[in-house]
Write a protein that binds this ligand. Structure first.
Ligand code: PLP
Length: 440
């Protein structure tokens, strides 16, 4: 078994780990064997009374904190009054939710789903249907190296990590992945043209371009100039620009959506995670009705899309963003987080590199030969958890990065407490490595 069952301190937690190990594949067990009993605000508790600051936010879901009171109340009220479910029959909560989401995003329409990957699949289908039925010359999808869009088949075809695509048939030539634009504005349009020309693809063959404004896996970011260049290129060629803000949305970047800081608007915006801050809700938001002109009735339905209980929670969650206080705090705390980590890393910049913006940061460690150190992040996550701080090393970066995503409600004291644990623990591990004779 992957879980160390003996690490659990109570008989009940041992039972939980043993049962999960028996009835689930080990491949699912990617986090530390800490059995969550309850979670509130920035903290998670176990049944034996231990408590952790949660710097994962359930991977950018609980942006407004765990078990946020208004969200819990709305979920309970909807569950008590019902309905618990409706398959595409209209409900008041759905009408109120799509109206609120359109107001918040500034985009006219939306299609509701349950998970991020489902929204990605939905967006690709909308764009390909549009391309086919409006007689565009092809249905190529452009995406970018390093990107992550989920684990379903279409989402992995547009994913930018070749190891994660190894299980897929290699014969779908209609997905092409280009280098993530890190260069100057001229080079982005030129490199798009060049890459397409190398593959003998005319821009008329392209059905959509999908990109994360900053990548949740690598934490690389689009510059304003590159974002504008992509926007212009898509508009000139009639190609819908899909922004995947499933991870960056709802304040993670320090603004409500990352595209707000890039001076562009998407044709399709994908949101999930922080959208509800709780139950599974995802959406494809559409700037313009024209992208769905050719989609026939029934072609986009999903059994649990628009679940009334999930939407009641999500609606209450959206209201938390209305007065701007959450984003203001995210911006202020994000500035402290980024500055403190970068100052700390600059003392030993050969061995640690900080990436990120706002309330998401990633720290990559290097060994004395300048190679990514895959051992230290794992130990750091373990040792920090022993001291009350939860983090992850995402599989998407092969375990090379420790990812930091505190809730946006984090106070200055909570942030300081977490930073002290993080920096001191990383320093001790590095000194241990050095004294153990690891070459610097
Ligand atoms: C940018 C991005 N897109 C899509 C997804 C997939 O979302 P889900 O896990 O809900 O399918 C993720 C998940 O981490 C993500 O970060």
């Amino acid at each position: 078994v992957v879980y160390n069952i003996r690490a659990a301190r109570t008989a009940r937690d041992q039972w939980v780990l043993r049962t999960l190990s028996t009835h689930e594949p080990d491949a699912l067990h990617t986090q530390m064997p800490i059995v969550w009993d309850s979670a509130l605000g920035a903290r998670v508790q176990s049944s034996d009374g231990r408590s952790w600051l949660d710097w994962t936010s359930g991977i950018a879901v609980t942006n407004a904190g765990h078990s946020q009171e208004a969200v819990v109340t709305a979920i309970v009220e909807q569950a008590q009054c019902g309905p618990l479910h409706s398959y595409q029959f209209p409900t008041e909560v759905r009408a109120r939710f799509v109206e609120a989401l359109s107001r918040l995003t500034g985009l006219q329409q939306c299609v509701l789903y349950s998970t991020g990957a489902e929204a990605v699949e939905g967006a690709l289908k909308i764009c390909r249907l549009h391309a086919q039925r409006s007689s565009r010359a092809g249905s190529v999808i452009i995406s970018f190296d390093g990107g992550f869009h989920g684990r379903t088949q279409g989402a992995q075809y547009v994913g930018g990590q070749s190891t994660q695509r190894a299980w897929l048939p290699h014969n779908d030539a209609d997905y092409i992945r280009l280098p993530y634009p890190e260069e100057t504005v001229d080079t982005v349009s030129a490199s798009l043209q060049r890459e397409l020309a190398n593959r003998a693809i005319d821009p008329d063959h392209v059905a959509a371009l999908i990109i994360e404004p900053w990548q949740g896996s690598t934490l690389r970011q689009l510059s304003v100039a590159n974002a504008r260049a992509l926007r212009t290129w898509c508009t000139e060629h009639g190609i819908p620009l899909i922004l995947d803000e499933i991870q960056t949305g709802f304040g993670r970047s320090g603004s409500l959506f990352a595209f707000h800081g890039l001076d562009i608007t998407p044709d399709l915006l994908l949101v999930s995670k922080g959208l509800s801050g709780s139950l599974p809700v995802a959406a494809v938001c559409l700037a313009d009705r024209r992208w769905t002109t050719y989609v026939k009735r029934g072609e986009l339905t999903s059994t649990h899309g628009g679940n009334p209980v999930a939407l009641a929670g999500a609606l209450a969650n959206l209201a938390l963003y209305a007065d701007g206080a959450l984003i203001e705090n995210a911006h202020a705390m994000g500035t402290i987080l980024q500055t403190t980590l970068r100052t700390w890393a600059s003392d030993n910049c050969d061995r640690r590199q900080v990436r990120g913006t706002g309330m998401i940061a990633g720290v990559i460690f290097f060994d004395g030969d300048g190679k990514a150190d895959l051992d230290l992040p794992r130990k750091l996550v373990h040792d920090c958890a022993e001291q009350g701080l939860l983090m992850v090393t995402p599989a998407t970066m092969g375990g090379a990065m420790v990812k930091i995503m505190p809730p946006l409600t984090t106070t200055a004291e909570e942030l300081d407490a977490g930073l002290q644990i993080f920096c001191n623990t990383a320093d001790s591990l590095l000194s241990e490595q050095v004294s153990a004779g690891v070459r610097q």
